[in-house]
Design a protein around this ligand. Structure first.
Ligand SMILES: C[S@@+](CC[C@H](N)C(=O)[O-])C[C@H]1O[C@@H](n2cnc3c(N)ncnc32)[C@H](O)[C@@H]1O
Ligand code: SF4
Ligand code: SF4
Length: 300
């Protein structure tokens, strides 16, 4: 991270904590809900299967920038399906940087060629070992591993949503993150149980076991892009929700925190690590602050 970006975020953090401000810093633009996969745990793919046009995406980016967002995520559906004429996802990342976003990340299922060196991080969903990942995501594991080998930059971070199917394969993903070229780290979420995927939710005890394993892996030097000090809050779902410093925009509609904000009762069962990490940070939790500083400077 550039020193100027670091100073910007530090100033934002101090102002937010001292004055209890609710202005956003992290924003997500949904490029499309179209997807080439239909994962067992996912409730957002192919609702309308629309790829949003370039002009719309560009004005959504400007809107988020003007709201104060400086950490931008492109998400979907599958982000690598996005194209409008000659415009590609890579162009969007370049234009986001030119617009002034300080960190630009892309979330992908990894089934397409990974040629995105301009992104700060490519969050690539890997949901366990070959057996469990394929059980959730169809027969895609080998293709993804191949794409990682042939990637054009070292900016990949595995992204694992831990659920009933893959909860015993955290060690596998950690080891792979440590040993695979082009992969910088791994980041976790717990399954967030939308009404149609409640069967995949983890119990408190299962979350505790998962966090113990992740912490053990961190102690063994696995690069984990999460904060250990947030684990107790995630296990008991006792972090504040929603996150007012995060916004998402999909087809012109802005939501605070996530598109899931409209699902009744879901926030109390939220499994997204970033929500716990950011809300605790902006509450002024000193342990979280110190660990976030160390972690962000290491991986971005
Ligand atoms: C909706 S996908 C979109 C980007 C891309 N298609 C992908 O799979 O990475 C973004 C991330 O959300 C995760 N995800 C989907 N449903 C989830 C849920 N109910 N709880 C937690 N994570 C979920 C996916 O595993 C993926 O890592
Ligand atoms: S690849 Fe991503 S968007 Fe597509 S179904 Fe899977 S989790 Fe959902
Ligand atoms: S806190 Fe609520 S809106 Fe935010 S990600 Fe979790 S479930 Fe979605």
């Amino acid at each position: 991270m550039k020193p100027s970006s670091f100073l910007y975020f530090a100033r934002f953090g101090i102002k937010t904590i001292l004055f209890r401000k609710k202005t956003p810093i992290l924003g997500t633009v949904i490029l499309t809900d179209k997807c080439n996969l239909s994962c067992k745990h996912c409730s957002v793919n192919n609702k309308n299967a629309v790829i949003h046009p370039y002009n719309q995406i560009k004005s959504e980016m400007k809107l988020l920038y003007n709201m104060g967002v400086r950490i931008l995520f492109f998400c979907g559906g599958e982000t690598f399906l996005w194209q409008d004429g000659s415009k590609t996802l890579r162009q969007l990342v370049i234009e986001a940087k030119e617009m002034g976003f300080l960190i630009v990340n892309v979330v992908t299922n990894g089934t397409f060629k990974l040629d995105l060196p301009e992104a700060d991080l490519i969050l690539l969903s890997l949901d366990g070992n070959k057996e469990k990942h394929n059980q959730i995501r169809g027969d895609t594991y080998d293709r993804i591993i191949d794409n990682i080998k042939n990637a054009t930059a070292d900016n990949i971070c595995f992204y694992m949503a831990v659920n009933q199917i893959n909860k015993d394969t955290i060690r596998h993903v950690c080891t792979l993150a440590k040993e695979t070229g082009h992969v910088r780290a791994v980041s976790f979420n717990f399954h967030t149980p939308y009404p149609d995927t409640q069967n995949l939710a983890l119990s408190r005890e299962e979350k505790q076991t998962c966090c113990n394993v992740i912490a053990e892996m961190m102690n063994q030097g696995v690069p984990v892009f999460n904060l250990k000090s947030a684990f107790p809050y995630l296990i008991d779902n006792k972090f504040p929700t929603p996150c007012h410093q995060c916004v998402v925009i999909e087809n012109g509609k802005i939501s605070t925190c996530g598109r899931c904000i409209d699902v009744p009762g879901l926030c109390e069962k939220c499994g997204y690590f970033f929500v716990a990490e950011y809300t605790l940070l902006f509450q002024g939790n000193v342990k979280i602050m110190a660990e976030m500083l160390k972690t962000y400077l290491k991986y971005i």
